[in-house]
Ligand binder design. Sequence first.
Ligand SMILES: [Zn+2]
Length: 90
Amino acid sequence: MSKCVCTGCQQTFTCLSAFDMHRVGSCGEPIYAESRTRKSRRVIGHTPSQRRCLTEQEMLAKGMGRNAQGWWMTRPSAVHWAEEQAIACS
Ligand SMILES: [Zn+2]
């Protein structure tokens, strides 16, 4: 089974989509300056990167859950839970 470990928060994720869900914020947005006539605009800079990991509480609020090994997944699923527990017990 593949898994993702985040180097930022040290959490383990069951798949890439779960990993992606816990990363939020902008990587930096361009800042535009409009001309006085508002007919043209140009990029004058970028906002600082706000990229960060969600906290446990924020992940739970998003509907994410953890399996028997404590790995985060996109949403708790009865099928997944049964599969994970079977693996953990074998
Ligand atoms: Zn993280």
